[in-house]
Design a protein around this ligand. Structure first.
Ligand code: HEC
Ligand code: HEC
Length: 307
């Protein structure tokens, strides 16, 4: 029964996508039926920066095709290949990086905390999937929001906003040090979430129970989600994003914002924060509640709403 449904979905999908008509339908059906468990994880965690859609000047990172080729040259069997990917992503350092041009152009990949078992799936997906080169796509290929489920849309909005903010922050820390980056966050963080909102016609907020900027304070509903998710984290479980559909057909989507080592330069304990950064924070935010965090804690949530 389930198989029949899947087939139905695959066939319906194929019939809406004219480019595939030329291809061998049986082969595609086989491939689509066996969706790799790492695919959704890759799309949620990596695709916002490593996609094959963004053209050269809009890129945040090298496309995965280029990374895969570089890693396959360096690591010829599949075990060392996946191990090297997992090793880099768990802890990106300049020494481990193979792609010196990318390093120069984009700066070192931001450290992010992913569960080990997710990375295993993602690395295996990268090893098996045939990635496209951006130039294989039409120049204007938009991300096809229409064909996404509401959950996928929410994840896309959250991860692309995070990617833009993360890139700017990372770049500023490299260029101007933590103090310079602080001035940037103070002036521009709100502006960036705004520009993403305008681009996608959705309301994107970054809210918290312990605000630095009082405008980012969670409302009651959001505060409840934060409380629940803190319990999930302290039970050692993984937080799943939350989608609510409203009676008027609109959606609310929530996803966690977790700290990593880099965040502690400005959100860590008073010992983690450099004295001059501490001073600047005291001046800019006399009522700052956003220090004292460790790595891997819930700093806040994305709260996203669209009609
Ligand atoms: C916020 C943007 C961003 C996200 C999200 C991201 N990356 Fe990256 N990644 C980069 C950038 C920038 C580089 C290029 C600079 C470098 O090599 O560190 C990179 C480089 C890499 C490299 C090659 C590193 C080298 O030079 O050897 C691998 C492998 C990689 N990423 C894997 C992943 C995987 C897997 C995910 C998802 C779990 C992911 N990345 C998510 C930005 C990102
Ligand atoms: C260079 C210093 C700096 C770093 C590094 C930094 N932040 Fe912030 N963060 C700030 C400042 C300043 C604000 C207040 C921005 C404003 O006024 O809107 C802020 C605000 C926030 C907010 C909005 C809620 C609030 O308290 O106002 C979140 C969520 C947040 N940061 C998460 C993070 C995470 C997660 C990281 C690491 C990936 C990080 N930050 C790294 C300086 C920093």
């Amino acid at each position: 029964m389930r198989l029949r449904w899947l087939l139905f979905i695959v066939i319906t999908f194929l019939s809406c996508s004219p480019a595939n008509n030329e291809l061998n339908n049986t082969a595609i059906q086989k491939e689509s039926l066996a969706l790799h468990p790492g695919e959704a994880l890759f799309n949620a965690y990596c695709n916002s920066c490593h996609n094959d859609v963004a053209m050269e000047d809009a890129r945040l990172a090298p496309p995965m095709l280029a990374i895969k080729q570089r890693y396959q040259n360096a690591y010829t069997d599949s075990t060392t290949f996946t191990k090297a990917i997992i090793d880099f992503v768990s802890h990106p350092t300049q020494e481990k990086a193979l792609m010196s041009n990318a390093l120069q152009k984009f700066n070192l990949m931001l450290p992010m905390e992913y569960p080990e078992q997710d990375l295993v799936q993602i690395a295996d997906y990268i090893a098996k999937h045939t990635f496209k080169h951006p130039s294989d796509r039409p120049l204007t290929a938009p991300i096809d929001l229409e064909s996404m489920t509401a959950m996928e849309k929410g994840q896309y909005f959250a991860s692309s906003t995070k990617a833009v903010l993360g890139k700017q922050l990372m770049g500023k820390i490299h260029e101007d040090g933590t103090l310079g980056a602080l001035a940037f966050c103070n002036l521009h963080a709100v502006h960036y979430t705004d520009s993403m909102s305008i681009k996608h016609h959705v309301a994107i907020k970054r809210v918290t129970d312990r605000a630095r900027n009082a405008e980012n304070k969670a409302n009651l509903a959001e505060a409840e989600i934060i409380d629940t998710w803190k319990q999930v984290l302290s039970a050692g479980k993984k937080i799943e994003p939350l989608l609510e559909s409203n009676a008027d057909g609109s959606f609310n989507f929530y996803a966690p914002i977790l700290t990593n080592a880099m965040c502690l330069q400005c959100h860590g304990t008073l010992d983690d924060i450099q004295p001059e950064v501490k001073n600047a924070l005291q001046q800019l935010y006399p009522a700052d509640h956003a220090t004292g965090y460790g790595s891997g804690e819930l700093r806040g949530i994305w709260s996203i709403h669209w009609p």
